[in-house]
Design a protein around this ligand. Structure first.
Ligand code: 6PG
Length: 484
């Protein structure tokens, strides 16, 4: 396909469902962009054109025309549901694109799929970039946080375009070249894992306050609004207040009381945990958030277990003190979720050979994305001070928060357990914190057990080497050849 005089668009979007349409409109609204658009069913394209005559779109009804409408290097962003559809569009585009052109997958693809696709597309000389895009429909339209992977060559062309549409936080666009091949989708996956944890922690905080104090959802909304003025300031806290304040028009009840309490999931949280298991990274807070959604969505098990014994929540003695305890427990647990997420980024970068700048990731999450929050600056600072930081939670700011939050955190987890209020993310985050800081862990006993039944051997803390106790013999210890 050669360039013709009719090639006028510097960027194209394939897939015009809500996210694609909004991204195309965002692109068209920025100075200097002319946007080629294409959708499998042409009605969607016509609808978008009719609804937005102001936008500088070049519409095509065939993929060949779409390619012909683009200036070189042709750059197209695929916005279709992640999965087989993505592969189909990639095949179509590679058939009409030329070496040097750029195909961007802006969906929530699994990063290993992105690695595979990048490798296959690279063979043709075309660049393939997996880009995580966060911020939902509104973010796509007004400015998302963008996490692109792919080659440095592709980033040269793509960088200015993505910078033009990204959210801006403190004067900086929320986009950076994360790393090669699947790095962008990997980081987006971690973003989503943290998103799950943050949402679950907020939900647990709400539940504890509601059941511990008897406050109404609207009253709790005011508490969240208040929290949003301080260190917990974030998009998720802000929208939580909105949701809690909403009254159901049909019944007059708080909407949160009529929504079925079974949380859905599209899989990115589970991927974060599955990948962490493979990498050996304990993302326990994130995992609890994923499992809490699974537990909620098991109505038969919940019904069968509903009459199992347990305490009923007793009102807390000092309401204001309890609410402040929950606030601090939430903040501390949230930091654990980020700390675990960044640990996974470090491990993933090492495993897949990506040079990921952790401070930059925290920066591009400050605006546009679902987990955007004031405290992300603290993460950037922590990595700026110590790029080799082994655990975020040990950085000075985080230490200070742990020092002032830990008593509250422990009280909240104790009250939750005593009152029979499930707080899996709060409690597992605290257990993780105590596990990390423990001088000795019972892992020593686990090693002893492993050696007992399986001769799995152990190491000693007082000398080099590998050892085994002759458990079924005279129980003397033997030194093993390290080749074993
Ligand atoms: C974002 C979101 C979004 C994600 C949903 C999925 O960053 O804009 O992470 O990409 O698809 O939030 O969440 P569920 O798994 O909860 O459906």
């Amino acid at each position: 396909m050669t360039q013709t005089a009719t090639s006028t668009a510097n960027i194209g979007v394939v897939g015009l469902a809500v996210m694609g349409s909004n991204l195309a409109r965002n692109l068209a609204s920025r100075e200097g962009n002319t946007v080629a658009i294409y959708n499998r069913s042409p009605e969607k394209t016509r609808e978008l054109l009719a609804a937005h005559p102001e936008a500088d779109f070049v519409a095509s009804e065939s993929i060949a025309d779409f390619a012909a409408s683009l200036t070189t290097p042709r750059t197209a962003i695929i916005m279709v549901k992640a999965g087989a559809g993505t592969d189909a569009v990639i095949d179509q585009l590679t058939a009409v694109f030329e070496p040097g052109d750029i195909i961007v997958d802006g969906g929530n693809a699994l990063f290993t799929d992105t690695i595979r696709r990048e490798k296959a597309v690279r063979e043709t000389g075309i660049n393939f970039v997996g880009a995580g895009i966060s911020g939902g429909e509104e973010g796509a339209l007004l400015g998302p946080s963008i996490m692109p992977g792919g080659s440095a060559e592709a980033w040269e062309t793509l960088g200015p375009i993505l910078r033009s549409i990204a959210a801006v936080a403190e004067g900086e666009p929320c986009v950076t070249h994360v790393g090669t091949d699947g790095a962008g989708h990997f980081v987006k996956m971690i973003h989503n894992g943290i998103e799950y944890a943050d949402m679950q922690l907020i939900a647990e905080g709400y539940d504890l306050i509601r059941r511990g104090t008897g406050k109404s959802p609207a009253e709790i909304a005011d508490i969240f609004t208040e929290w949003n003025r301080g260190e917990l300031e974030s998009y998720l806290i802000e929208i939580t207040a909105e949701v809690l304040r909403q009254t159901d028009a049909k019944t007059g009840k708080p909407l949160v009381d009529v929504i079925l309490d079974q949380a859905g999931a599209k899989g990115t949280g589970a991927w974060t945990v599955q990948t962490a298991l493979d990498l050996g990274i304990p993302v326990s807070g994130i995992a609890e958030a994923v499992f809490a959604r699974s537990l909620s969505s098991k109505p038969a098990q919940r019904a069968a277990a509903a009459d199992l014994p347990g305490p009923s929540a007793a009102p807390v003695a000092d309401v204001d003190a309890f609410i402040e305890d929950v606030r601090l427990a939430l903040y501390a647990s949230k930091m654990i979720a980020y700390s675990q997420g960044f640990d996974e980024i470090v491990a993933g970068a090492e495993e897949y050979g990506w040079d990921i700048q952790k401070g930059e990731i925290a920066k591009i999450w400050r605006g546009g994305c679902i987990i955007r929050a004031q405290f992300l600056n603290r993460i950037t600072e922590a990595y700026a001070e110590d790029p080799g930081l082994v655990a975020l939670v040990t950085a000075p700011y985080f230490r200070e928060v742990m020092a002032r939050a830990q008593d509250s955190w422990r009280r909240v987890v104790r009250i939750a357990a005593e009152s029979g209020i499930p707080a899996p993310a709060f409690s597992s985050s605290l257990a993780y914190y105590d596990g990390l800081r423990a001088d000795r862990l019972p892992a020593a006993l686990v090693q002893g057990q492993r050696d007992f039944f399986g001769a799995h051997t152990y190491k000693r803390s007082d000398m080099e080497g590998t050892f085994h106790t002759l458990w079924s013999g005279d129980r003397s210890e033997i030194a093993m050849d390290d080749a074993h």
